[in-house]
Design a protein. Structure first.
Length: 177
């Protein structure tokens, strides 16, 4: 009897309104700074997404896309031929985690999946506009341990302007752009 009663709420959910269709929410932060279309019958009204958290600290909606590009500005410096040379065979292009691949999307995925050993922070927290939630900025500035990259063999550390660009990119939600 107890088992049968426990099934009643589940049966109601199955028969009244819940779909077995998969729900796709998109990329983390995908609605950040964007306006949703007005509901039917309410022309001119703008509905803002409600995240239930603190206001977004990223660029205002009218600023458009992020002015800093992952692939052109950041990954380009991380690549084996880039200024930071993170992807060289003697660094993260070799056997040292996290793996810097030869392409921007794979590297983005690798860094988003990687957690820093000392702090436990994800290296990149996609969708977050809080620089303290991602390790990339503190790692390249040296504010949370050994400053990367370790210079040698031509690798150069990030400049103040590059650290500012990283901060801007993170405040845009760390997009894979």
């Amino acid at each position: 009897m107890r088992f049968a009663l426990a099934l009643i709420p589940w049966m109601l959910v199955q028969t009244w309104g819940c779909s077995d269709e998969p729900t796709h929410f998109g990329r983390p932060g995908g609605l950040s700074g964007k306006e949703l279309p007005a509901p039917e019958g309410d022309a001119g009204a703008v509905v803002q997404p409600d995240s239930g958290s603190a206001p977004d600290t990223g660029p205002p909606a009218e600023a458009g896309a992020c002015s800093v590009s992952w692939s052109k500005d950041l990954f380009a410096n991380m690549a084996s031929a880039g200024q930071w040379q993170c992807g060289s065979s003697s660094c993260h292009g070799g056997i040292t985690a996290p793996k810097i691949a030869s392409d921007a999307p794979t590297t983005y995925g690798n860094l988003a999946a990687y957690k820093m050993k000392a702090s436990g922070l994800p290296y990149i927290l996609a969708g977050s506009t809080d620089p303290t939630k991602s390790g990339i900025e503190c790692n390249l500035s040296g504010s949370c341990g050994t400053r990367m990259p370790i210079t040698g063999g031509g690798a150069q550390q990030a400049t103040a302007a590059q650290i500012t660009a990283i901060d801007t990119w993170v405040k845009c939600g760390a997009p894979d752009n």
